[in-house]
Design a protein. Structure first.
Length: 223
């Protein structure tokens, strides 16, 4: 087994096995649990996501650590940024059973835990599109910020798209709380909302199948 430290990145040179491989920026914690009594399960640190799948060209960068090509098994630490090229999709595993699918021409930054170890995990979608899927439990949840809005959830499936600083949010399953201009609204399954680039929220609407299909096409089969 070989480990290589690269600033905000951590590479563990072993084969990736589904979403059970948990790698951190700068640290790996070995859990006491076992799968089938023979394979140790690695506890995923609260400050990191891990690249699970890459389809296309993507890079991970952080101040003082340079840029690295995004490859499966590469950990993304706090304040590191993942950027995708055209026709690219990257799937990440993050804390609390969260999976993130980043679509083409998108930029996502890992904020890590917000205001202490018991606060939600934070991400920033600065441009492009991302889909989010939780497992059966959402733990302390996640907060995703864009230039014009913030979405907070604990356990659901939803997607966000940022274009020219304006934000569109769609709830496929469960409930999504969206905040903009000191207002907070709740999206139910099938609901979507558009927030202008100045942070003004529009009305909640049930999205038509055409717009839902457009999001699904951009995000691909992992979402």
């Amino acid at each position: 087994m070989k480990h290589e430290h690269t600033g905000n990145f951590y590479v563990r040179s072993v084969p990736l096995r589904g979403t059970a491989l948990h790698i951190a920026a700068g640290v790996i914690a070995f859990g006491a649990a076992f799968t089938g009594g023979t394979h140790a399960v690695h506890a995923q640190p609260a400050e990191a996501c891990v690249v699970h799948r890459v389809d296309g060209d993507a890079t991970i960068s952080a101040r003082g650590a340079g840029s690295h090509v995004a490859t499966p098994g590469l950990g993304i630490g706090r304040n590191a940024t993942l950027s995708t090229g055209a026709d690219t999709r990257v799937t990440l595993t993050c804390p609390d059973g969260l999976e993130v699918v980043l679509g083409p021409d998108s930029t996502l930054t890992v904020s890590g835990l917000l205001d202490g170890a018991e606060r939600p995990f934070g991400l920033r979608l600065m441009d492009g599109i991302a889909g989010f899927l939780f497992g059966k439990t959402g733990g302390d949840g996640v907060q995703v910020r864009t230039p014009s809005a913030v979405a907070a959830v604990r356990s659901t499936e939803w997607a966000m798209r940022v274009q020219d600083r304006a934000t569109a949010v769609f709830a496929r399953d469960g409930f999504v709380f969206v905040g903009a201009s000191d207002q907070t609204v709740m999206l139910k399954p099938g609901d979507g909302i558009d927030v202008t680039n100045t942070g003004e929220p529009g009305s909640i609407k049930q999205w038509g199948q055409g717009r839902i299909d457009m999001f699904a096409t951009l995000l691909g089969p992992d979402w």
